[in-house]
Design a protein around this ligand. Structure first.
Ligand code: MN3
Length: 195
């Protein structure tokens, strides 16, 4: 079975400064994301062992581990793709901007709702912008990496609000992390997921 691997970042660890500091990006990618890759591969191999031995007594545990670490790996892959070197006036354009405006009224209202939803995630989780099967945009949140995900939605944009994602630079100031997250969103990557 092919193992999951940690993707290389499409930019240097310090490329997102000053909005996202190099130390956090390096730890987040090389330690935290790596741990989800390792956890997923371990769970997959444990399930393979169970199939071979016929001992399924720990299947509940390893199935949950696959969802947690597999979700963590997938969300972090999207998160890194969602980012680029920042600018103060960073914003979407073209068809994506028109879709945001037709759904939320204007970009500022979208940003306010996305930021509020994500700031209010209890404990560890993610803010998510997604499109349903008809292409309608929805903002929702995910607890940990796998709870409250909506089946059938195409995820366009994710924001990590686990403390490991921002605590070194922003401590308990999650809204400040969100404010600066908006300056480093790669809107071209978001638009390309819209299809
Ligand atoms: Mn993370």
């Amino acid at each position: 079975m092919e193992k999951a691997v940690l993707p290389k970042l499409p930019y240097a660890y310090d490329a997102l400064e000053p909005y996202y500091d190099a130390q956090t990006v390096e730890l987040h990618h090389s330690k935290h994301h790596q741990a989800y890759v390792d956890g997923f591969n371990k769970a997959v191999s444990k399930v393979e062992e169970a199939r071979e031995s016929g001992d399924y007594s720990l299947m509940k545990h390893w199935s949950k581990e696959i969802a947690f670490h597999g979700g963590g790996h997938a969300l972090h892959c999207m998160f890194w793709e969602n980012l680029r070197p920042g600018s103060e006036d960073n914003a979407p354009s073209g068809a994506l901007l028109e879709k945001i405006e037709s759904t939320f009224g204007d970009f500022a209202t979208f940003k306010a709702q996305f930021s509020a939803a994500t700031a209010q995630v209890e404990g560890s989780g993610w803010g998510i912008l997604a499109a349903d099967a008809d292409g309608e945009l929805r903002i929702f949140t995910c607890e940990n990496h796998q709870k409250a995900i909506i089946p059938g939605y195409t995820i366009l944009l994710v924001c990590d609000v686990w403390e490991h994602a921002y605590y070194l630079k922003y401590q308990n100031r999650r809204p400040e992390w969100l404010e600066n997250f908006f300056k480093i969103i790669n809107w071209d990557a978001v638009a390309s997921r819209m299809g």
